[in-house]
Design a protein around this ligand. Structure first.
Ligand code: COA
Length: 171
């Protein structure tokens, strides 16, 4: 079941976030950086993110417990937010539930919401070395359109942007 996230989800979203980072970025980010991730700190971040009105978060629940989440907001670039371009800011599934269609279901919910909001395109940035996520986005129709260099916790990374044109809902 996919539903909008609520304030009480912050702790569970932080747990998923940390577990997914540790598994997905094991070969990509330094081990010390991953070991230093804190569910307590992430919970505080989530309490703020869930209160931000411009960003929407959905969770996928299995057995009454969130197992993944996705967030959508307007694209931010050069200090501005776009009216026509949506950005998938985060999409994380608990590693124990990978490859069961949860990421696909969450992404489809985000795409529906993006169409309802009138976004013509949805974009996202992914670590270029994150081959699992890149295979996932390609399978769902996204195409890479640019790259950039950035840092994550001070560690230099290459990132690839993926985008998908959206058809507006009929009627
Ligand atoms: C990327 C991620 C969200 C995918 O979620 P998921 O629930 O495991 O993906 P799904 O089961 O919905 O997969 C949908 C399709 O994507 C493709 N796919 C997913 N994982 C894949 C993998 N490891 N290798 C190749 N293709 C893959 C497949 O085509 C799959 O369809 P199929 O299982 O019928 O073959 C998940 O692996 C994750 O949370 N990773 C860590 C966080 C992350 O990297 N997020 C993206 C940051 S931008």
């Amino acid at each position: 079941m996919i539903r909008p996230a609520r304030d009480g989800d912050a702790g569970r979203l932080a747990e998923i976030h940390v577990a997914a980072w540790r598994e997905a970025y094991r070969e990509i980010l330094p081990a010390a950086q991953l070991a230093g991730l804190s569910v307590v700190r992430r919970t505080r971040n989530w309490e703020l993110w869930l209160a931000a009105p411009s960003v929407l978060t959905w969770v996928d629940e299995r057995g009454g417990r969130p197992v993944g989440f996705a967030t959508l907001g307007p694209l931010r670039a050069h200090g501005r937010t776009s009216r026509s371009l949506g950005e998938l800011r985060m999409l994380y599934v608990d590693p124990e539930h990978w490859r069961r269609g949860i990421g696909r279901d969450l992404l489809e919910r985000v795409l529906d919401a993006a169409r309802e909001r009138g976004f013509s395109q949805i974009v996202l940035w992914v670590l270029t070395q994150n081959l699992r996520a890149r295979a996932f986005y390609s399978a769902l129709g996204f195409e890479p359109d640019r790259t950039r260099q950035d840092t994550v916790g001070g560690h230099p990374v290459d990132e690839t942007r993926y985008c998908l044109q959206l058809q507006q809902p009929a009627g």
